[in-house]
Design a binder for this molecule. Structure first.
Ligand code: CP
Length: 309
């Protein structure tokens, strides 16, 4: 199977996900033996218009572990010709001559698609926009993490918690989960931060079971995975007191963990702010740092795939 660009989760079919996971397992073996030089003639450009720690470093680490080379700008809005008014399209038309693959984090929904439309090399969406945007490579590593930790994807029950209206990771992961049999998705958020209707309509059209909930504690005993995301103060329209009350309702501490069955995993795309108490980290069900580690092998798998296609 060929993979030209990575733009959105919907483009991945079940056979493609199987191939990706096989490639990721192969990459785990390559990393264990110290990497490879197989791609030492290839260059990856990482073009980030928004801040990133995990996505940028794990893509760069992935390319270096494959023996490839990296050219990079970490704040493209300031340190590239965009600051002089250059369009994304013009930037891509230039950078595609300097690199064999472009990893792009853009501030606008649709940025990766616009870049792919003019690029002569593969474009990988490393997260774009808010409230309608996607972060497909995060969702792919999230799915791989669930597969590795729980050894199943059909029949999963997943709670997504936090600011779902603006979260690109929860959107991308929902699209992927909806491809599997008998999946149940519990969207847990206050009404003003609930998942948007376009994504819910997509799930309905594909006969994916979901429910909208506000009470986290009622949902916890039912699920296999809890996927926690940040609730940013600036995105909540209520008073400070309302916000504090909200944070208390969705806060994960050791008392919350006691409501979870032993087999459940807690995930978070990171960075976290104050929604998970660091005390929870030592609980083996807290999978978020293992999840972040999986970013390297999934991104190695994606890079090899697009570079071979
Ligand atoms: N999960 C994630 O996208 O993290 P970064 O913003 O640090 O890349």
């Amino acid at each position: 199977m060929k993979l030209s660009h990575v733009i959105e989760s919907q483009q991945f079919t079940l056979p493609m996900l199987t191939e990706l996971f096989q490639r990721a397992e192969q990459m785990e073996r390559i990393v264990r033996r110290g990497g490879t030089q197989d791609y030492n003639h290839k260059i990856m450009a990482s073009l980030f218009y928004e801040p990133s720690t995990r996505t940028r470093f794990s893509f760069e680490s992935a390319m270096l572990r494959l023996g490839g080379k990296v050219i990079s700008t970490e704040s493209a809005s300031t340190f590239s010709s965009v600051s002089l008014g250059e369009t994304l399209e013009d930037t891509i038309r230039v950078v595609d001559d300097y690199a064999d693959v472009i990893v792009l984090r853009h501030n606008e929904v649709g940025g990766a698609q616009r870049a792919a439309a003019v690029s002569s090399v593969s474009v990988i969406n490393a997260g774009e926009g808010k409230g309608g945007g996607q972060h497909p490579t995060q969702a792919l590593l999230d799915l791989y993490t669930i597969y590795k930790e729980l050894h199943k994807l059909d029949g999963l029950k997943v709670a997504m918690v936090g600011n779902l209206a603006d979260g690109r990771t929860v959107r991308s992961l929902s699209y992927l989960l909806g491809k599997f049999e008998r999946v149940k998705i519990y969207f847990v958020a206050p009404p003003s931060l609930q998942m948007k209707s376009d994504l819910l309509n997509h799930l309905s059209e594909h006969n994916v079971w979901y429910t909208l909930e506000t009470d986290l504690k009622q949902v916890l005993p039912e699920v296999d995975v809890v996927y926690v995301t940040r609730i940013e103060r600036e995105r909540f329209t209520g008073t400070d007191a309302d916000f504090l009350s909200l944070m208390r309702r969705y806060f994960f501490d050791q008392a919350t963990m006691q409501l979870l069955p032993q087999r459940v995993i807690v995930m978070h795309p990171l960075p976290r702010s104050s929604e998970i108490d660091p005390d929870v980290d030592k609980d083996n069900r807290a999978a978020y740092f293992r999840q972040a580690q999986n970013g390297v092998v999934i991104r190695m798998a994606l890079l090899t795939w697009v570079l071979e296609s």
